[in-house]
Ligand binder design. Structure first.
Ligand code: DGY
Length: 322
């Protein structure tokens, strides 16, 4: 418990359990309506505050950080990805930034597997037919999709989530290939085949699942050139960030058959993905649900609070990224 209650501004409504803890330990400025704040609103709300508890829908850019009051010493992100926060500016202003790794690994891996199965087995199309009363009935050639069992799965970014996806994919006897900045030690590789370049990974990936972080280097890493490297009829899965794929190139490949299907949970320009995805039959799309389980969202809240608690107790926050 912190003696002088620190003022924490939460930019979105948090799960009730997390808000209870936040209110009990801090002077919490909560967002009851859950409407995303504009930069100016957030700057006004931060007056006299000690901390921000932000998330992926906030743009915490250099201008915003520079406009924050000098009392504000820490930005705790509710989420593992923090590309929406200008880390360099925060660092140069001596503002600590934390995130919430680990607690969302399993939930996000579940969604990647759901997308892989849903895209390959045409679950979205099938669901719509039943819901619309348009199911013509069973036939030997009706809605044939692609099997997953025994296929090659390429994992781009073999961090915690990539490894958790690999673990689940082994249950489908998939052959795991991966590219990562660093090769994993054998006990973490568990037989997965390392590729020292993305091109080499793409060339073998009948399924390609993206788990890399969003950086200037990974932006549009899936583009017209790299999609052409995939085996014809590959299936692309994205639970990382939308800006890792070039949407126009993906849509063209879905039309010409270079991609048989795509399963996406994340999009550039959320919540308004490229409109052509809505016209593509061979996609299975979710609205950024990777971490959206009750347990996980509670734990993300608790971990963001744990970082604030540690910082204000004069300790190193457990998940400091800047
Ligand atoms: C994350 O943690 O980065 C997820 O995408 C949810 O925001």
């Amino acid at each position: 418990m912190i003696s002088a209650r620190k003022v924490v501004v939460a930019t979105r409504k948090l799960p009730d359990a997390a808000e209870q803890v936040l209110k009990s330990e801090f002077a919490a400025r909560l967002n009851k309506s859950d409407r995303a704040y504009t930069a100016n609103e957030l700057i006004d709300l931060a007056a006299g505050a000690d901390a921000l508890l932000v998330t992926v829908t906030d743009r915490i850019d250099a201008n915003l950080i520079e406009a924050l009051p000098s009392s504000l010493r820490i930005i705790a992100n509710f989420g593992v990805g923090y590309e929406h926060i200008d880390i360099d500016t925060a660092r140069s202003r001596g503002v600590i930034v934390t995130n919430t790794p680990d607690v969302l690994t399993e939930a996000t891996a579940e969604i990647a597997v759901l997308l892989m199965l849903g895209a390959a087995r045409r679950a979205g199309e099938g669901h719509m037919l039943v819901m619309q009363g348009a199911w013509p009935g069973w036939s030997p050639t009706f809605m044939m999709g692609h099997g997953v069992t025994g296929k090659k799965l390429g994992i781009l970014g073999m961090g915690r989530i990539g490894q958790a996806v690999a673990h689940r994919a082994r249950g489908f006897d998939m052959e795991i290939h991966y590219h990562n900045r660093k090769r994993l030690p054998p006990d973490r590789e568990q037989g997965a085949r390392y590729h020292d370049s993305t091109d080499s990974l793409f060339a073998v990936s009948t399924f390609l699942s993206i788990h890399a972080t969003s950086t200037p280097q990974t932006k549009a890493i899936v583009n017209a050139r790299t999609i052409d490297l995939l085996p014809k009829g590959a299936i692309l899965i994205n639970t990382a960030r939308g800006d890792l794929v070039d949407d126009a190139a993906v849509i063209a490949a879905l039309k010409n058959g270079q991609l048989a299907a795509a399963g996406f949970d994340v999009f550039a320009g959320e919540p308004n993905p490229h409109p052509d995805y809505r016209r593509a039959p061979n996609v299975f799309l979710l609205p950024h649900l990777g971490s959206a389980t009750i347990e996980t969202r509670n734990n993300m809240g608790f971990l963001a609070i744990e970082n604030l608690r540690a910082f204000f107790a004069g300790k190193e926050p457990p998940n400091r990224v800047a």
